[in-house]
Design a protein. Structure first.
Length: 241
């Protein structure tokens, strides 16, 4: 019985595949894939230098050996960063897409102004008034041990931020202060110095819409400089002159 001869073509094919695999592996380790560019996208309030300090030495690393999840976690340590996605772009670029937290209000604290987003995350501390205006929240005490990037859990703050989020855009532009009294009644102070009494509750959307509709009316605009307060505690506006 004749002995079977090995399939030399098949063996050559396997050897070629192994050679290609080894070549590709060695090529992936070459200087061709050494990271020489880090592209940052989505920055507004955060500076590039702040991100680079968090990243550390990324340039010079091999693109294939770089863990993009680790890169994203480093950038997310910044208190103004909400979401991060890090991606590899051949041959030697890391692209970092950043979504920043958006300031919603400033809490007037004993010694500083505390900037927070709509979720109550502390973004910045200010010793003086910032250039950009946001509604001022008063009647809320900020603990001394809270730091940047931490969530400030406080029922009064949650109520105030809910109100700010429900306010029509036009009303928000003239909303100077949101004050929560000790009995948890809410008072608004417009940039026109007018006091608005909202009373108790948590869902103020209907009252805020009613307030803005009143302020847009021609009758109100003719007399607004004489208006001292608007009382909406009962649901219907009562104007005090």
């Amino acid at each position: 019985m004749p002995q079977a001869r090995p399939n030399t073509t098949f063996l050559y094919f396997i050897a070629l595949l192994c050679l290609i695999a080894v070549s590709l592996f060695m090529f992936s380790k070459s200087d061709f894939f050494t990271i020489d560019n880090v592209r940052l996208e989505g920055l507004n309030k955060i500076t590039e230098d702040e991100v680079y300090k968090l990243l550390g030495p990324v340039k010079g690393e091999n693109l294939f050996l770089t863990d993009t999840d680790t890169v994203a976690e480093k950038v997310k340590l910044h208190p103004l960063v909400d979401q991060v996605v890090a991606q590899k772009e051949l041959p030697a670029t890391i692209v970092i897409k950043i979504k920043e937290r958006v300031p919603a209000a400033l809490i007037l604290n004993t010694s500083s102004l505390v900037e927070v987003d709509s979720q109550g995350i502390v973004l910045r501390f200010y010793d003086s008034w910032p250039e950009e205006d946001y509604p001022i929240l008063t009647g809320i005490e900020v603990p001394d041990n809270i730091g940047l990037g931490q969530k400030f859990n406080n029922p009064k703050l949650d109520k105030a931020l809910l109100l700010v989020g429900q306010a029509p855009a036009g009303l928000l532009s003239v909303l100077g202060e949101v004050h929560i009294a000790q009995n948890e009644q809410i008072f608004l102070y417009l940039t026109t110095k007018t006091e608005v009494r909202l009373g108790y509750g948590e869902n103020y959307s209907e009252k805020l819409q009613l307030l803005w509709k009143l302020m847009e009316s021609s009758e109100y605009q003719e007399m607004q400089h004489a208006v001292k307060y608007i009382d909406l505690t009962s649901g219907k506006p009562v104007i005090g002159l």
